[in-house]
Design a protein around this ligand. Structure first.
Ligand code: GLC
Length: 561
């Protein structure tokens, strides 16, 4: 296959460089909202292929695609019914191969999203488990238990699903009677596998190889702190103040971050290491503190882990500096680079989040009735400053589609249009994640802003997306898109991000962060007084005012001498 050759070319080029993933910028594509070639209102693989050039032009190193596998789409594809096929909504395996080939041709690596904690309830294994009844081999692949109470009418324990409501659902047995319960950390449609079973482990070795053989350069591993549950499934109540996905070393939950999950990652690392070209594993592990998170990137485990500590840090100079230093020391202690990330498909977009109060837990979202909604302009301004600063840090960075346009969260989505199971399972108490998943605007004057040829979009796009469309920003000096493009070009030219060394901080007034990378000085004015700027401005998130950098702005300058 043509793409295999291209993948080897990339590998050869790398041999002379350093491990590519240590400083790469990986762009997250959320397939249903990226580009729709067929006019269904849902994005697809051909749409992605057709638009890949714009990502190469932006200057990223790789793309990560959220799930495109066969799925009933109860949790936007994170409910997989066939781990080895593409959902017809997104295209075919041939479309996938063509997409990978095109990406490699453009020098972009491709990371797939793998979802090992659970399957869809429509997965043949789960259907077989329902049909086979209690005590069967088929049920062992999932977590079925008898209920409590006289007639088994109560769930086996008190665990609550991340999306709200109980973590257990009762089934009707093949003979029509109410029967056992099955465990689902997420939606009812997402039963958890039992990872104690060797058969489940072997199945996933096969799934990894299936996609590695097709040329993927690695995997983002969904819920990499899940999978293993504590023996006996003891009762536990998650602290409401914590993100519902959070597992802490201190508040050890029986379903997050069990020590034995690491056996699985060591096993996966052996599989990816069998392949040429540095295929990587990146963990979605919402665990704290960072010392605990670093366990996921020990030398024989994963390559990267999303730095949610950084992502959840508010726009505050002292807090930012603390989390950056902590990240570099902590990940460095196990030989791993830090990653930096500000947005993804589960978080309020940072163009909105950074102008909100500190207390909006991950996954809860914002909507029209949320208190203290931020000013759109202020949010975008802070987001630009935060992104430009992030791209100067040593380590790998992740971008989420649309942040290069400065897109804010879509807040005014009508109730009836909302799709996230979080919204439905909490009966509207939490808005959930739809607001960050709205289809991208490509062209200001086209139907659905160029997202689909018919003008359909699976979630309504806010009017502000028109003014922020890619074509309205391309080539426009000072636009968010051009700022990202310039930063990514400079990052390559100056090898910024390379190495997991310390940040070379320079003295700075309160509310300001200053550091030096080679002959570039990076100044982030988070909330301080205007900072006089010396040297040639290479890129800035906001025009200087009388030779000074105002608050909520970042600049990179070349220092003379
Ligand atoms: C991860 C995904 C999220 C999904 C959940 C269940 O957190 O990022 O979107 O809902 O896992 O698979």
């Amino acid at each position: 296959m043509a793409h295999t050759v291209a993948a080897q070319d990339i590998a050869t080029a790398d041999a002379a460089a350093h491990d590519w993933w240590r400083s790469s910028v990986i762009y997250q594509i959320y397939p249903r909202s990226f580009a729709d070639s067929s006019g269904t209102g849902v994005g697809d693989l051909r749409g992605i292929t057709a638009r890949l050039e714009s990502l190469a032009d932006l200057g990223v190193d790789a793309i990560w695609l959220s799930p495109f596998y066969r799925s009933p789409q109860k949790d936007a594809g994170y409910d997989v019914s066939d781990f080895r096929d593409v959902d017809p909504l997104f295209g075919t395996l041939d479309d996938f191969d063509a997409m990978v080939a095109r990406a490699h041709e453009l020098g972009l690596r491709v990371i797939a999203d793998i979802v090992p904690n659970h399957s869809s309830d429509q997965h043949p294994w789960f259907q077989a488990a329902l049909a086979a009844g209690p005590g069967s081999k088929e049920r062992e692949r999932y977590i079925f238990r008898d209920g409590k109470g006289e007639h088994g009418e109560l769930p086996p324990n008190n665990w609550e699903s991340v999306f709200g409501g109980p973590m257990w659902t009762r089934v009707t047995e093949p003979d029509g009677t109410p029967g056992q319960w099955y465990l689902h950390i997420f939606d009812t449609s997402q039963p958890d596998f039992d990872w104690e079973l060797e058969e489940v482990r072997e199945e996933f070795d096969g799934v990894l190889r299936f996609w590695l053989d097709r040329g993927v350069d690695g995997f983002r591993v969904d819920v990499a702190h899940g999978l293993i549950k504590a023996d006996g499934l003891p009762d536990f109540v998650q602290d409401d103040e914590e993100a519902s996905m959070g597992g802490g070393a201190a508040t050890q939950s029986p379903y997050w971050a069990q020590d034995r999950v690491h056996e699985i990652w060591r096993r996966w690392r052996k599989v990816t290491d069998e392949y040429e070209g540095q295929r990587i594993l990146a963990a979605e592990a919402w665990v704290y503190p960072l010392e605990f998170m670093a366990n996921w990137v020990r030398p024989d485990e994963m390559h990267q882990t999303f730095n949610f500590g950084y992502m959840e840090t508010h726009w505050d100079a002292a807090d930012l500096r603390a989390v950056i230093d902590d990240s570099i020391t902590t990940f460095g202690a196990v030989g791993a680079p830090s990653t930096w990330v500000l947005s993804n498909h589960d978080m309020i977009r940072h163009a909105t989040r950074l102008a909100l109060g500190k207390d909006t837990p991950q996954g809860h979202g914002v909507g029209p009735a949320s208190p203290g909604l931020p000013d759109v302009e202020e949010g975008i301004r802070r987001a630009r400053a935060a992104s430009l600063f992030m791209l100067s840090l040593p380590g790998g960075a992740y971008l989420y589609q649309g942040e290069e346009l400065g897109l804010p969260e879509a807040i005014d989505i009508p109730d009836e249009a909302r799709q996230d199971p979080t919204w439905h399972r909490t009966e509207g108490e939490r808005y959930g994640r739809d607001g960050c998943r709205v289809p991208l605007p490509w062209e200001a004057d086209a139907p659905a802003y160029g997202f689909s040829p018919t003008g359909d979009a699976w979630l309504p796009q806010p009017a502000v997306y028109g003014t922020l469309a890619r074509d309205a920003q391309s080539g426009v000096e000072g636009s968010t898109l051009e700022m990202y493009r310039a930063a990514l070009r400079l990052r390559r030219e100056h090898r910024i991000g390379v190495g997991s060394g310390d940040v070379a901080w320079e003295d700075s007034p309160e509310g300001v962060l200053i550091h030096r990378v080679g002959d570039i000085r990076v100044i982030a004015n988070v909330s301080g007084a205007p900072v006089p700027v010396e040297g040639d401005v290479l890129v800035t998130s906001h025009a200087l005012e009388d030779g000074a950098l105002p608050a909520d702005a970042t600049v990179w300058v070349r220092v003379r001498g």
